[in-house]
Design a protein around this ligand. Structure first.
Ligand code: UDP
Ligand code: MG
Length: 356
């Protein structure tokens, strides 16, 4: 599929206060992109920088037609900045990378080579990380392990933004909060073919990192919501129902046990009857509430999907039905002539729609 604008590669770079890195990055990127000998664009997203980043980007834009700038009104964060770049991109292939020179443009051809092998997403893997162990590498290791276990995507490094995507995959993904780390997991839902390649991880040369240890906590919560949404967004009752019914089941059995004790056996099996009675009531009440939460979530889920006409599946290729079948279904046409003209219009549409 050729992109409408003829652009083949879009490089998306979010920048927040990167005045020291913007120009050298542009020079490095341009050098590499030119060697690919295909039309490309570089989209710099200025995420509300307060230093000279915006001025430097404008100067670059004035001298080079291949550079586009998206300026956000304030600092929205890396995920919205990336999404703004993805939405603006025209290329068939979109490459995202950081703007702090921690990603080497010279590695872009390797990403493209992998995409040409038939993958939809190629993710960078910082095999030898230079960051500090306790605040960066250890939390990242744990988070990556959990992400790959929970999402079923066998990647070592979800955290890096150095990735290449086919446009149709990335533009169909909605990103909230700081979900850019979960793009492979989210894309997996739509059947994307994902792989990874090792990349270098040079330390930051200018400015300082925008993140600290608090990121770990947010990543963990994002992991939880992503896992829930991926698995249960179309069937929340299966999730809540499990816990609700288990609690009701446990509460009811404890209640029955107590009843049996009192009425038939007349003996105290447990010394602390009162606690068990309380637990039985609490479990039943909690179970009923959780179950109701599941039912409400079912309504929310239906509203979410139906109000936006969101599909609950993704097609890779859709071949149109045979023309005579389509013609047979034209019940709305008022006259015989209309029917033929509708069928003719349909024929044109269907031939142009059939994927090559
Ligand atoms: N970034 C951004 N908006 C923000 C924070 C970061 O656009 O609010 C950009 C930043 O300029 C850099 C990239 O996201 O190009 C990665 O940020 P950083 O280097 O601080 O993250 P780290 O490499 O430490 O994980
Ligand atoms: Mg960085």
């Amino acid at each position: 599929m050729k992109a409408e604008s003829g652009v083949k590669y879009s490089v998306v770079v979010p920048l927040y206060n990167e005045e020291g890195s913007a120009a050298p990055l542009y020079i490095g990127l341009t050098e590499v992109m030119r060697t690919l000998e295909e039309p490309y664009e570089i989209i710099f997203v200025d995420d509300g920088s307060t230093d000279r980043t915006a001025d430097i980007l404008s100067e670059i834009h004035e001298t080079d037609q291949c550079v586009r700038i998206v300026s956000l009104r304030r600092n929205f964060g890396q995920t919205p900045a990336l999404k703004a770049g993805f939405d603006a991109a025209h290329g068939e292939v979109i490459i995202s990378m950081d703007g702090d020179l921690q990603h080497d443009p010279a590695e872009i051809p390797a990403f493209i080579e992998k995409l040409n092998d038939g993958f939809d997403i190629v993710s960078g893997w910082r095999r030898e990380r230079k960051d500090t162990w306790l605040t960066r590498r250890l939390p990242s290791r744990i988070a990556n392990w959990m992400m790959s276990r929970l999402s079923g995507v066998a990647l070592h490094d979800f955290g890096t933004t150095f990735k290449a995507y086919r446009r149709e995959i990335i533009q169909n993904i909605q990103l909230y909060g700081e979900l850019h780390r979960f793009i492979p997991a989210l894309a997996r839902w739509s059947g994307a073919r994902i792989t990874e390649i090792p990349i270098a991880n040079p330390p930051r040369q200018h400015g300082k990192s925008k993140y600290g240890l608090s990121r770990t906590f947010r990543v963990f919560l994002d992991l939880l919501s992503t896992k829930f949404l991926l698995d249960y967004s179309t069937r929340p009752l299966h999730f809540f129902g499990f816990f609700g019914l288990s609690a009701i089941g446990a509460g009811t059995s404890s209640g029955l046990l107590l009843l049996f004790q009192k009425l038939i056996a007349h003996s105290a099996i447990f010394a602390s009857d009162g606690v068990l009675a309380f637990a039985a009531i609490a479990l039943i009440l909690a179970g009923v509430q959780i179950l109701c939460l599941g039912l409400v979530s079912e309504i929310v889920s239906r509203t979410y999907y139906e109000s936006q006409k969101k599909p609950i599946y993704v097609t890779r290729v859709a071949k149109r039905p045979d023309l005579h079948l389509k013609f047979g279904q034209e019940a709305v046409a008022s006259s015989e002539e209309d029917r033929f003209s509708n069928a003719g219009a349909d024929r044109e549409k269907s031939t142009s729609l059939v994927p090559k």
